[in-house]
Design a protein around this ligand. Structure first.
Ligand SMILES: [Zn+2]
Length: 451
């Protein structure tokens, strides 16, 4: 399908959906390239408007300002703002109703869920406008690669049941009309990937977007097949950590840059990598702060506090999203003036409770695999206090490196507990995704309260 027809279809379908996202995209497309003072002014205007709205229309924040003895208009700069209380996941669970705006009918809001690090789902609300602006933000990320609206996007994202229920011809037609072709990571075994590879040339994708692990596995599948694949403009990964080896594989197979994007279900479009590989904070979408760690250590990743400038349905103001990272001083020479950050953790990690009651954060286990060769993906699964299975999807090469990594991992885990701990290594073709569609590097069936 030619670029022009794709472009025309894309606009027509957006009109039919009554989506504002293309209009919003044209409004925000150039913002990253303004100078820093202009960007700060835009951010401050949006933040002031949000605080005013929250005080007027959201009971939780009205109460917060009252108890502080101030009005939202007393918050005159980011320094004042940084003294407002932090919004935690516990507060959201306890005060959910009070966090929702009162001045529009509740039925007009969209309900969403996300997983939490404790496995307790978080429910939150947003409006149609947020959905549109989030899409516009995604288009802006894609645009960096040279993508034009209407060019086909290969979308590695899970699982809309309706797609599996409709006849194949209908599914394909629908995807071509939408200009986004879905490859479902919920069904991504070798057999499905054979099918993906077969239809790939007719899809005509110019960029890909989705789960890093699925795209990397698909790339390995393509390499194994020995088939030639036309290069893409760019690949955009999100929703889980992008490992160095995955980045290399994707870049090699699709012959393009990989842009890692950072966002979460609650607050989308927090940051995205530029073509120079640096992560820029979308300062017109969020205010991103870091919280002083209780240990007071300098130069360490700190918990993020994120304020979503577009969600008026349920404002997230200074929200501790349980990710960490650092804010980076200085500029990037890519032309984008948005501030820089580094992301340290961007996924759900389980805590492992050992027989002696010791709790080990899931990051411990994933670090054992950092930079290792010969392992396509993995999962540490604790099935009982004294039993951990390491599931490994091996890649074709580097069997020796894989063996060494795994031996060392087993030794380091066994050493965690003075009591007997069985660590079993098992190879598999495929590690199933969680019910929310994310790959989990760590997974424990042992709850902390059970020990
Ligand atoms: Zn840059």
């Amino acid at each position: 399908m030619s670029g022009t027809i794709g472009h025309w279809l894309f606009y027509a379908i957006q009109k039919l959906r009554r989506s504002q996202s293309l209009d919003l995209f044209s409004q925000i497309e150039r913002t990253p390239y303004l100078d820093q003072a202009q960007i700060q002014e835009i951010q401050w205007q949006r933040l002031s408007k949000l605080l005013d709205h929250a005080e007027k229309n959201v009971p939780y924040y009205r109460e917060m300002f009252r108890s502080l003895g101030i009005r939202s208009s007393d918050v005159r700069n980011l320094d004042d703002f940084s003294k407002l209380p932090v919004l935690t996941k516990d507060i959201i669970r306890e005060r959910q109703k009070d966090l929702i705006r009162e001045d529009v009918p509740f039925e007009s809001l969209y309900k969403h869920h996300s997983g939490g690090s404790t496995g307790v789902p978080l429910t939150f609300y947003r409006e149609r406008n947020y959905v549109d602006v989030a899409e516009a933000g995604t288009y802006r990320n894609w645009r960096q690669s040279g993508w034009q609206p209407g060019e086909m996007v290969a979308f590695f994202w899970g699982g809309d049941k309706r797609f599996h229920e409709m006849p194949k011809w209908q599914f394909r037609l629908r995807q071509h009309l939408r200009r986004i072709y879905q490859f479902d990571p919920f069904f991504s075994g070798p057999r499905e990937m054979d099918e993906w590879l077969k239809i790939w040339p007719s899809v005509g994708a110019r960029i890909a977007h989705g789960y890093a692990s699925t795209i990397a596995r698909f790339c390995e599948h393509i390499e194994k097949s020995g088939k030639f694949i036309a290069p893409l403009r760019g690949v955009f990964t999100t929703a889980e950590k992008l490992f160095r080896s995955q980045r290399d594989t994707i870049s090699r197979v699709f012959g393009c840059n990989v842009y890692d994007c950072y966002g979460s279900s609650e607050v989308q479009n927090i940051a995205a990598e530029c073509r120079k590989g640096r992560m820029h904070i979308n300062a017109d979408f969020v205010v991103l702060e870091t919280e002083q760690s209780s240990l007071g250590l300098a130069n360490q990743a700190k918990p993020f506090l994120v304020t979503s400038l577009w969600n008026y349905a349920m404002p997230f103001i200074r929200y501790r999203n349980e990710d960490c990272g650092s804010l980076i001083e200085g500029n990037c020479d890519c032309g984008n003036s948005f501030p820089l950050m580094e992301l340290n953790i961007s996924r759900v990690s389980d805590n492992f409770v050992l027989p002696n009651g010791r709790v080990v954060h899931g990051e411990f286990f994933t670090h054992l695999m950092y930079g290792s060769e010969g392992i396509s993906t993995f999962q540490f699964h604790q099935t009982a206090p004294d039993h951990i299975t390491i599931w490994v999807v091996p890649s074709v090469e580097s069997a020796d490196a894989r063996r060494r990594t795994l031996l060392s991992a087993v030794a380091q885990i066994t050493a965690l507990s003075p009591e007997k701990l069985t660590v079993e290594v098992r190879e598999t073709d495929n590690i199933p995704l969680s019910s929310t569609g994310k790959h989990r590097f760590t997974r424990s069936d042992v709850s902390q309260s059970a020990v």
